[in-house]
Design a protein around this ligand. Structure first.
Ligand code: 3PY
Ligand code: MG
Length: 265
């Protein structure tokens, strides 16, 4: 089985998979990250600083890392698309993404449209022009339809209210929580206001429950390995550690602090 089909099977079996989140247009860095042992690497086309060429080069970098990795940790490139527009989803898949994470999905109708955008007719509405994607998730349309992974983000009040119906969307592989937007949707004035911890925990449990009932992957974005470990223990199956720009700054500052400790008076 190819890496993308293999990955899709693991996600659908609800095996726990770990990914990393990339916002920088730095393909050699993305290649190193992808080779660290993550199962997937997300290139963020919604808030990331990538552009389309950056996205394409990021996917190439993940594939370069996958070429020397051993199963089951051959990383697959996933794109968090800008929106659920079919053209946007098709563009990401054509560039070689093994799957998409779609932001702000707020109704079962939107979820169904998002799934259709990832599939060729007659199963869906994807336009044929696979460019790179045919190298791994195809080249036959039916094979591509079978191996593309699609997750809908739950991060709005409407999406949370309809989470059970969204989870039941045929062809949807999982839900994916955006904790920052979701906390704001719950009324928090900032995306990390601790006063909303309990409300967020309740929302997370509701999303996880919907995924369990529908038998689909339960995904979530986290800021660190520590929080990722907590989410895995809670039962999430598709967990992302984030993100390159923040971790770069944290590491740079930590080294500076250590070195400064030796500065003379
Ligand atoms: C969120 O937390 O809202 C996300 O979309 C993850 O970046
Ligand atoms: Mg979000």
């Amino acid at each position: 089985m190819g890496a993308a089909a293999d990955f899709a099977a693991r996600v659908r079996n609800r095996e726990q998979v770990l990914g990393y989140w990339v916002v920088l247009n730095a393909p050699p860095a993305t290649e190193r990250i992808a080779g660290a042992g993550y199962d997937y690497v997300v290139l963020d086309a919604q808030h990331g600083l990538l552009g389309y060429t950056g996205l394409l080069h990021g996917l190439l970098a993940v594939d370069a890392a996958a070429a020397t990795a051993t199963a089951p940790h051959r990383p697959v490139g996933i794109v968090r698309v800008e929106s659920g527009e079919p053209a946007t989803i098709g563009h990401a898949l054509d560039a070689g993404a093994g799957g998409v994470i779609v932001p702000l999905v707020s109704s079962p109708a939107e979820a169904a449209a998002v799934v259709a955008a990832t599939r060729y007719p007659p199963a869906g509405v994807r336009s044929f022009g696979p460019m790179r994607s045919g190298l791994r998730i195809g080249p036959e349309p039916a094979t591509s339809n079978d191996s593309v992974v699609v997750l809908a983000m739950i991060e709005t009040a409407a999406g949370l209210a309809e989470v059970d119906a969204i989870a039941a969307t045929p062809g949807l592989d999982g839900l994916y929580i955006g904790p920052n937007d979701l906390r704001l949707a719950l009324g928090a004035p900032t995306p990390d206001d601790p006063a909303y911890d309990d409300a967020l925990a309740e929302a997370l449990a509701a999303v996880r429950g919907a995924c369990d009932a529908a038998g689909i992957a339960a995904g979530i974005f986290t800021p660190s390995g520590e929080v990722a470990a907590q989410r895995l223990r809670e039962g999430f199956t598709f967990v992302t550690v984030a993100l390159d720009l923040v971790h770069l700054e944290q590491t740079v500052r930590a080294h500076l602090d250590v070195a400064r400790g030796a500065l003379g008076p």
